[in-house]
Design a protein. Structure first.
Lengths: 291, 365
């Protein structure tokens, strides 16, 4: 029995529990700020959504029943899902490259990624407009190479939105992934190789499962940020295929329909939180299932 | 007869720096060989070449007559236990052991049976459903051992597998490794910088120094007949005295100590040349010490006693020669002659000619 108890004290994760309430006073200023600039406005918006034009749930009923609103929400979730999927697919190899490259090259690549984050969002989005337009570099190159005859419509639709947003979201998946991957012991992959695992097996059975926490964290961040993204969809998207943030902006700014705008905003918030909770739960369960 | 594992003339250099060179070693089936040497002596590099993590600049590695160099790591079918615990943290003990069989697409039933057998061999029954993070260091290395042996590799490589464990645990696992070696009959190449570990575990020891193998032999061969001064210093305890080589006659030499004493019949090693500077090597337990009686019968060399430590089964004398070189001498409990010695007093030491070795000082580091 002695050996068992020693084992259990062995190398387990550090205890998370702290004295409760002890640090509360430190978070108080931030909490007050959040209450004033976030919670309060959201509640006010919620209030207006059930009081304008009159008391009741008519705004939410319209949101659910109207095909237009339904499509906007569908677009939003579709684009966000596709953007998240592509950023994970593209970000994963880049993150791994950052981990395994010699420091000099990794720093350079890292610099490029960070620099792109620091460049003004509007400038980057307009740059994509130039690249993606009918007479833009991409279309011209593709036509020049004889791959297509007619220019592709890459902008003013969801394709443009997806491309632009994928680019903007990439660092948000790469950074948490790099953090997770740096924690993977390099000899693990050597061990996997000597155990007989080829590249695919080593990836599927070792690298991928060990990177999952980073994928989950980065993926969730990308998805949630995409759901409420405004600038890129409004510039690269078309008028026929709106995303939720555009819809809310239009309802409030152009139509001055605060009730409907509030309802849409609140619905988006609830759906986002629900997804977050679901993801958290699924992730916890897989973690718990392992322990 | 074709050797089981044949390491031929391995050289590995990075740009201008040579990590290992002239590494030649033939290993018999079922042999337990340790690579002994300080860090940076090339022992791990040699192991990595065999594992396929490094391509040698020159040379070849043959397993049962076939070159391994063109075979990628994952197809070499070699087992390896690493210095740090390299268990898959997301898999349980049993899943870790099953890993090599899963990637070999073995049927589930066979995997289960084989894993159960290895778990039993490594005595991991009680912890087989735990994650590596819930195990002690010793248990983790036993899992690593089970995982490396589950696919019956012809060769098992071990890269300082016990260096992260404390002394007591290390001895326990050494015993386990020895038992597992006897039960499985696997050929083991074991890297360590701990001479005691290599003496305890292996059939033969390859002593690495500065990227080369200085000597390969059984522990007794290395101890009794070290080929270089480095081997003499690394395997067992030794006393070194500077000297000049007077005359070389086959495998024996006559030397002159700094105090002018001429010593004949010393066994010479390496390229010892008459007239050159050399190093005389003696084993502390082969040197005899006795008090100066002041009578005419005094033979041997006069020294000054600097320290005396009683260690139970033997007594340790620290002495200084007249030219200020210090020596250690061990006298087993019960041997007479050393009575009456006191710190600061004079003593006389001597030894049997055959126990003295001389090396050329050039190769000295």
């Amino acid at each position: 029995m002695t050996s068992v108890s020693i084992v259990e004290r062995g190398g387990g994760p550090p205890q998370r529990r702290r004295r409760r309430g002890g640090g509360f006073s430190y978070v108080l200023p931030a909490l007050v700020l959040l209450l004033i600039v976030f919670v309060l406005p959201v509640l006010l918006l919620l209030l207006r959504s059930v009081t304008e034009p009159e008391l009741g749930l008519q705004n939410y009923r319209e949101l659910v029943e109207s095909a237009t609103y339904g499509r906007v929400f569908l677009n939003t979730f579709l684009v966000s899902s596709v953007v998240t999927a592509i950023t994970v697919l593209v970000g994963f190899p880049i993150a791994w490259l950052l981990v395994i490259l010699p420091k000099r090259w990794a720093d350079l690549l890292f610099g490029i990624i960070i620099l792109s984050m620091w460049t003004n969002l509007l400038a980057r989005t307009y740059a994509w407009m130039v690249l993606l337009q009918r007479t833009g570099v991409i279309n011209k190159t593709l036509i020049g190479l004889g791959i297509i005859d007619e220019p592709l419509t890459l902008v003013n639709n969801l394709v443009g939105v997806t491309i632009g947003m994928t680019y903007i979201m990439l660092p948000f998946i790469i950074l948490p992934l790099v953090t997770t991957m740096r924690g993977i012991e390099p000899d693990l992959l050597r061990a996997a190789a000597l155990c007989g695992a080829g590249r695919l097996d080593a990836f599927r059975r070792v690298l991928l499962p060990l990177s999952l926490p980073g994928i989950a964290a980065g993926g969730l961040m990308t998805f949630v940020m995409s759901l409420g993204y405004f600038v890129t969809p409004s510039l690269l998207g078309g008028t026929s295929n709106m995303m939720a943030a555009e819809l809310i902006a239009q309802l409030i700014q152009s139509l001055l329909n605060w009730g409907m705008g509030g309802a849409a905003a609140f619905a988006l918030l609830v759906l986002t939180l629900a997804l977050y909770a679901l993801q958290l739960r699924l992730f916890r369960r897989t973690q718990a299932g392992r322990a | 007869m074709m050797p089981f594992l044949d390491i031929r003339n391995i050289k590995k250099s990075y740009g201008g720096t040579v990590a290992v060179q002239d590494v030649n070693l033939t290993v018999g089936r079922g042999e337990f060989i340790t690579f002994l040497g300080p860090s940076g002596s090339g022992k791990s590099t040699t192991l990595y070449v065999i594992a396929g993590f490094l391509d040698p600049t020159e040379g070849d590695v043959l397993l049962q007559g076939k070159s391994l160099l063109s075979v990628p790591s994952h197809k070499r079918n070699i087992g390896m236990v690493f210095q740090r615990y390299t268990l898959f943290p997301h898999l349980t003990v049993a899943e870790n052991v099953a890993f090599p069989l899963r990637v070999r697409r073995m049927p589930a039933v066979d995997i289960q049976a084989k894993v159960a057998e290895m778990i039993r061999l490594a005595r991991l029954e009680k912890v087989q459903d735990r994650l590596p993070s819930q195990l002690s260091g010793g248990q983790q290395q036993r899992v690593a051992l089970a995982r490396a042996l589950v696919y019956n590799p012809p060769v098992l490589l071990m890269d300082e597998p016990l260096s992260a464990l404390d002394k007591k645990l290390r001895e326990e696992i050494q015993f386990e490794i020895k038992r597992i070696h006897q039960e499985t009959g696997v050929t083991i190449l074991y890297v360590t910088h701990d001479q005691e570990e290599s003496l305890r575990l292996s059939d033969r020891i390859a002593v690495f120094s500065q990227g080369r193998i200085d000597q390969i032999g059984t522990s007794t061969e290395l101890y009794q007949n070290p080929a270089t001064q480095f081997v003499a210093g690394f395997v067992g305890n030794s006393d070194f005295l500077s000297c000049r080589i007077d005359r070389v006659d086959g495998h024996h030499a006559q030397i002159v100590l700094p105090n002018g004493a001429v010593v004949g019949g010393v066994r010479s090693h390496g390229s010892v040349k008459a007239g050159a500077a050399g190093t005389l090597m003696l084993r502390p337990e082969r040197v005899r010490i006795r008090a100066c009686t002041g009578e005419g019968s005094d033979t041997g060399m006069a020294v000054t006693v600097r320290d005396i430590t009683f260690l139970g089964d033997n007594t340790h004398f620290s002495v200084e020669t007249d030219w200020k070189q210090s020596m250690a001498i061990r006298v087993p409990f019960g041997r007479t002659g050393a009575e009456g010695l006191a710190v600061g007093g004079r003593a006389r030491i001597d030894w049997v000619a055959e126990d003295a070795h001389v090396f050329d000082s050039v190769a000295q580091v």
